[in-house]
Design a protein around this ligand. Structure first.
Ligand code: ATP
Length: 291
């Protein structure tokens, strides 16, 4: 049996440069894995095909699940005729802007690469993954990365200095397609300084990083869901260095120097309406077991 952990991500910075003629958006993002993860197991099975069992969430177990699609893709590429039994223990909030589905798909590519001894490189797994979703190439290795193009051009960056995070996912589901569909990519009111943040990462300067946090997708999601603004304000008032929406939202994260501060903010948010799933966590520096 092979086991893999699928780590959630946040975006320390997210800029959209333009909307391409083919409808895709060209992005410039700083991605960072965090210590919130799903657990997956992979076992060969006598029955042919892909069989998925899920604990902890009400998600499809058939061809709509990104895990099954990733499994079918890599097994076809590797000409694998045997069957596989996969289990998923879901912990990453769903439709949250934390790339939960993409992280699971990437974990499936790593896990089956090992289970069937395919010997594919990270680059080959990225190429397979991008066929299913723009965040999957990043999720193959995770860690701290600059992501450009539609998400397939990746450059590893130095990890940020150790700190503590409070992560809150309000009890609303936000569709990534809705957010990109309503984004006015050619008339954005601001662009976060992604190059400046990469420089701050190279210098190990936490203040430089938190000062440059920005996400242009907030222009759409915050307008539709004011709770996002409330959460950011609350986190900053209670001592976070800065707070931002992750991805297309609605998850908000705050960066804190001290764990006590993150825990104090988490306790305050747990008493708040609407209900939020709240985590106190930290950065994770990448999952490479399957390569
Ligand atoms: P991103 O940050 O990449 O936009 P997200 O966190 O917003 O991702 P996901 O949690 O990945 O969103 O899920 C989006 C949709 O994908 C869900 O509504 C769900 O129906 C579908 N889905 C398919 N497979 C999975 C999976 N393994 N885990 C979670 N969602 C999945």
């Amino acid at each position: 049996m092979v086991k893999e952990k699928a780590y959630a991500k946040i975006n320390l910075g997210l800029d959209v440069l333009r909307r391409r003629a083919d409808g895709y958006h060209e992005v410039k993002m700083i991605m960072q894995t965090v210590n919130i993860c799903d657990d997956l197991t992979f076992e060969q099975s006598a029955e042919s095909g892909v069989h998925l069992e899920i604990e902890g969430a009400d998600l499809p177990t058939g061809g709509d699940n990104l895990i099954c699609r990733a499994a079918a893709l890599i097994m076809e590429a590797g000409k694998i005729a045997e069957g596989v039994h996969i289990t998923l223990q879901k912990r990453i909030p769903i439709a949250a802007g934390m790339a939960g589905g993409s992280a699971d798909a990437a974990a499936a590519l790593r896990g089956l690469n090992r289970l069937f001894g395919l010997g594919y490189t990270a680059q080959k797994l990225r190429e397979l993954g991008v066929k299913l979703g723009a965040d999957i190439p990043y999720c193959i290795e995770g860690g701290t990365m600059l992501s450009e193009g539609i998400g397939e051009i990746l450059t590893a960056l130095p990890a940020p200095p150790a700190c503590h995070l409070v992560v809150a996912k309000p009890d609303i589901d936000v569709s990534t397609a809705f957010v990109y569909g309503n984004l006015k990519a050619d008339s954005l009111p601001f662009h976060p300084d992604i190059d400046g943040m990469a420089q701050a990462l190279a210098q190990g300067n936490l203040r430089g990083i938190t000062d440059k946090m920005g996400n242009v997708l907030e222009t759409v999601t915050e307008k539709a869901y004011p709770v996002i603004t409330e959460l950011k304000t609350q986190m900053c008032e209670l001592g976070a260095e800065n707070a931002l929406m992750s991805g297309s939202g609605p998850t908000v994260f705050g960066i804190c120097v001290k764990k006590e501060t993150a825990e104090r903010i988490a306790a305050a948010i747990r008493n708040k309406e609407p209900a939020c799933a709240v985590f106190v966590t930290s950065f994770h520096n990448g999952a490479k077991e399957g390569l």
